[in-house]
Design a protein around this ligand. Structure first.
Ligand SMILES: [Zn+2]
Ligand SMILES: [Zn+2]
Length: 451
């Protein structure tokens, strides 16, 4: 591979990876275990992971700007198609209804569920659109070697938007809804449905294609890590921290706070009041989980008679209809995932002070899992949004949302916030592992005897 040679007064921004542009060691402090390590030179397609907890620190892509810009533009086109054409239509006894994607949110407003409507439209259209436009804006500037205005603020916001984009979860919700009503009425999917599937896939690929390390290096360059930074030690003990957004190692004030000198993100040695906040959010989501299960999530009217159904009631109904796979999906998304997440986070909060190097690895893995699966619980909320918009044939057949939809949506958001406010570095803030017995015997005489 030919290395691009830059003229003496070359602009700060160019398209080659940081490894080519700087020969010095770049340091990182792991965001999950606080370990300071030096980044190795990476070729495209390679990743650098933390040697202590194996968290991925940097992923290097070939043509990072071109790639993510192309994917973001393709996603935006697919999204435009998805909102412009009919999404799904259904026909029962000669009465038919056809909906567009945005009606899954707007219909809910008519049923006095504005918060659920906002959650639906934000997670499937608004936030992904903002994210994609942000990516195009950023990469376009980087390709021209002149970052456009506000590039730094946009780059900082992208990582905060990612967990709240749920187009992929909505696809599962749409498939569940289709199978749920396939036996009761005739269902047809429109162009928009396929466009939305393409959009969800492209959005995922855009997100994967972003090389944050390359992007920040190109936008703002990289200053050396503070003098005296030692690798192979936690950053906190050295008064340092790794920026969660751009990765740069920064020195903190004696109070343990600061702002990243490269991306201006707020920095903390440990997230402030991490455990208290996580406990409070876990408590709130446990409380909300009660109405989410006691009240009906939707009411189905069929040939004049109405039957409200709770989350569990819906699962039982599906089993009675022999729809085992769908019953399984709803049961996992609405019961196993939220309850599992509550239990796992509660357990992590309880044992975090009693972790050691030996079990910290598995506890960090459990934390990553809870962070990853949280958003998939939204499936049931999306099923309600789709069915309520679609099944509207008056007393012949119609579906209305129940109060549990809002309560369950709140559970999903609160558990996601709980996972975000938990600082996994606390798991590693522990005394070193117990010394082997022969070493302990050696020093035993110097230590006071217990009791
Ligand atoms: Zn780590
Ligand atoms: Zn930063």
């Amino acid at each position: 591979m030919k290395r691009p040679s830059l003229p003496v007064n070359a602009p700060l921004v160019d398209r080659s990876p940081p490894e080519v542009r700087t020969q010095r060691r770049r340091l990182r402090a792991c965001h999950e275990c606080d370990w300071v390590s030096a980044l190795p030179p990476l070729s495209s397609g390679e990743k650098a992971s933390c040697p202590r907890c194996s968290h991925v620190l940097v992923t290097r892509h070939r043509y990072p700007a071109q790639r993510s810009m192309a994917l973001a533009i393709a996603s935006l086109v697919a999204m435009l198609l998805a909102v412009s054409f009919p999404f799904i239509s259904f026909t029962v006894s000669g009465v038919s209804n056809r909906i567009e994607l945005t009606q899954t949110a707007s219909t809910l407003i008519g049923f006095h569920q504005p918060l659920v409507a906002i959650a639906v439209i934000m997670t499937i259209v608004v936030l992904p659109a903002v994210y994609l436009i942000g990516v195009v804006w950023l990469q376009f500037g980087l390709l021209r070697n002149h970052p456009l205005p506000y590039s730094r603020d946009i780059a900082r916001s992208l990582s905060h938007l990612t967990p709240w984009m749920m187009a992929d979860v909505f696809i599962i919700g749409a498939l569940v809804s289709l199978i749920k009503i396939a036996g009761l009425a005739e269902v047809d999917v429109g162009i928009s449905f396929w466009a939305f599937c393409a959009f969800a896939l492209l959005l995922l690929m855009t997100n994967q294609s972003l090389d944050a390390d390359w992007m920040w290096f190109s936008l703002e360059g990289e200053t050396l890590a503070p003098e005296g930074t030692q690798t192979g030690r936690p950053a906190a003990g050295q008064g340092l921290t790794g920026c969660p957004t751009c990765g740069l190692v920064n020195r903190l004030s004696p109070q343990g706070t600061g702002r990243c000198i490269r991306c201006h993100e707020k920095l903390h040695q440990r997230l402030p009041h991490s455990l208290q906040r996580t406990w409070a959010l876990l408590g709130a989501s446990t409380i909300m989980y009660i109405p989410a299960n006691v009240y009906p999530i939707m009411t189905t009217t069929s040939f004049g008679s109405s039957s409200p159904s709770t989350i569990i009631g819906g699962v039982i109904q599906l089993i009675q209809m022999d729809s085992w796979p769908i019953a399984g999906v709803i049961f996992i998304a609405s019961v196993i995932v939220p309850v599992g997440k509550l239990v796992a986070l509660t357990w992590l909060c309880l044992v975090v002070r009693r972790s050691n190097e030996l079990n910290a690895q598995s506890r960090t893995r459990l934390y990553r899992l809870t962070e990853f699966i949280g958003r998939w619980s939204m499936v049931d909320v999306f099923v309600v949004a789709i069915l309520v918009a679609l099944i509207r044939a008056g007393s012949l057949m119609s579906i209305t949302p129940g109060p549990a939809a809002l309560a369950f949506g709140a559970v999903v958001v609160l558990t996601m916030l709980a996972a975000m406010s938990f600082d996994p570095r606390l798991i590693w803030d522990t005394p070193p592992p117990p010394r082997p017995p022969f070493l302990r015997r050696k020093t035993a005489t110097k230590e006071p005897v217990d009791g």
